[in-house]
Ligand binder design. Structure first.
Ligand code: ACO
Length: 442
């Protein structure tokens, strides 16, 4: 279990940029760093010390918060690669645990390594029996993401022996536990609101099959795992496994930068993922398609999305990084029909509606000019619905898949010798010093 993640590295180039303070005429040289591909970065670590100024970048649109060797995105060309491998190849040829191993350790595993990894993950899928009582504290109508945030955070109260981040072995045990137990926890979050009994994991099943089994099986009868469902699940897990320094991953890194324990960090990531601007969008897409209802209503909703005075946005459209078709959406778009056909779902009206909405939006000047394309959430909800998941589980599935990315990024961060606590500064715009006024004089 004690394999190490390769260390992240960036290289200083001979380039510099010169910053001129027009107020004082002073010039400052700042080094430029280059990665293996992607934009170069200006190293501003000495900026405040030398100039007394901060940079200002709300939303971090121009800020690289770390260096990383895990995932590369070229948003203009719609490219996503993990450890150098194109996402399309991984989605087509791998199972989820192969991808998980590669994200965590840097390489696709050979057969023997894969079997050992799969065994170690499989044999950590059960959760502490006391955790079952923890679920009972939630209301039955709780959103499963609320349960996920609470239960994953609570793991630190159940697994004390893997919370010491100065011990590499404990870090790896926590990483395996998180990847292994997340399907069990997610399936339990599905069962609890319905009042169905929890299903224990089975060691003869693959990662994706086991999750489907724990979710859809009941003790009263035999559950047949459809290979079509298992393959679709596998693909969805791979497509969501990691995505560079997005909001939830940055949240995990920031939480972890204070040396918080790994379970607490991943719970923080789940909380961030929940929002409709991030992982919650797949649930919002289905709500939106249901609200649109029929093809003749599409025009009205497109107009609302373009209206600056209307807060409505086309959910599943647009992305901070992709100014081209999200490559994950392209894979899912292709598999949507395939999966629906194989599942025997004929003429799914929401898929027809989604395809028509996409066609109209992609021809509309507003969406073309702003480079707004479908993102991964646009098609995932339709497939998940056809597989039998309720809308409220969509983001949970995203969290389940992304756990391996969070864990890989967290490991990379804590092994980086240059890592320090994440502590952004601010542009203060509040009151300057004023005199205190006692309450009876205000
Ligand atoms: N519908 C209508 N207009 C949009 C949309 C949309 N879905 N997305 C962006 N725009 C417009 C904005 O109004 C803005 O217009 P302006 O320049 O005239 O003010 C412009 O496009 C740029 O949008 P920003 O919000 O500034 O871009 P940002 O990078 O901050 O936001 C985000 C990206 C949050 C994904 C945004 O596109 C959005 O809200 N999309 C819908 C939610 C969604 O699908 N989220 C999933 C993201 S992918 C993921 O997490 C897996």
């Amino acid at each position: 279990m004690a394999q190490q993640t390769p260390m992240a590295k960036s290289e200083s180039t001979s380039d510099t940029v010169t910053l001129v303070d027009n107020a004082t005429g002073k010039r400052f040289e700042l080094p430029v760093l280059g990665g293996s591909e992607g934009p170069r970065v200006i190293d501003i670590r000495s900026l405040y010390g030398e100039t007394g100024m901060f940079t200002y970048d709300p939303g971090f649109t121009s800020t690289a918060s770390c260096d990383s060797q895990i995932t590369f995105i070229d948003g203009d060309d719609g490219i996503l690669r993990h450890r150098g491998y194109p996402i399309e190849d991984l989605a087509e040829n791998c199972d989820f645990l192969e991808v998980a191993h590669m994200l965590l350790f840097g390489e696709l595993p050979d057969r023997a390594t894969y079997e050992k990894f799969a065994h170690d993950i499989t044999y950590h899928t059960m959760v502490h029996e006391q955790l079952l009582y923890f679920y009972r504290g939630f209301r039955r109508d709780a959103h499963p993401m609320a349960i996920m945030v609470g239960v994953v955070g609570a793991l630190s109260a159940f697994y004390h022996d893997s919370t010491d981040i100065s011990d590499p072995h404990q870090c790896m045990v926590a990483s395996y536990r998180l990847i292994a137990k997340m399907p069990t926890i997610a399936a339990m979050a599905f069962k609890y609101p319905m009042g169905q009994p929890f299903m224990y994991p089975r060691n003869d099943l693959s990662y994706a099959e086991n999750f489907l089994y724990m979710t859809f099986a009941v003790p009263a009868e035999e559950y047949h795992i459809s290979p079509v469902l298992a393959r679709a699940m596998e693909r969805i897990l791979i497509l969501h496994a990691d995505h560079e320094q997005n909001a939830s991953t940055s949240t995990v890194r920031l939480a972890g930068s204070s040396a918080a324990n790994p379970f607490a960090c991943i719970a923080a990531g789940i909380a961030s993922l929940w929002g409709p601007a991030h992982g919650g969008a797949n649930e919002a897409v289905l709500d939106m398609l249901t609200e649109i209802g029929s093809k003749d209503q599409i025009g009205e909703f497109i107009n609302r999305a373009k209206d600056k005075d209307d807060p409505f946005r086309l959910m599943g459209f647009g992305h901070r990084v992709y100014k081209n078709y999200d490559p994950r959406a392209a894979v899912l778009r292709k598999s949507a029909h395939e999966v629906l056909d194989e599942l025997g779902v004929k003429d799914e009206p929401l898929l027809e509606l989604a395809l028509e909405l996409e066609r109209i939006a992609l021809e509309d000047d507003y969406f073309v000019e702003k480079k707004l394309f479908p993102n991964v959430d646009f098609y995932s909800g339709i497939i998940l619905r056809a597989m039998g998941f309720p809308n409220s589980m969509f983001t949970v599935l995203f969290a389940l898949a992304r756990t391996v990315g969070w864990v890989a990024q967290w490991n990379e961060m804590i092994q980086d010798p240059t890592q320090r606590i994440g502590r952004p500064r601010q542009l203060y715009t509040g009151e300057t010093k004023r005199d205190f006024v006692p309450m009876d004089q205000r």
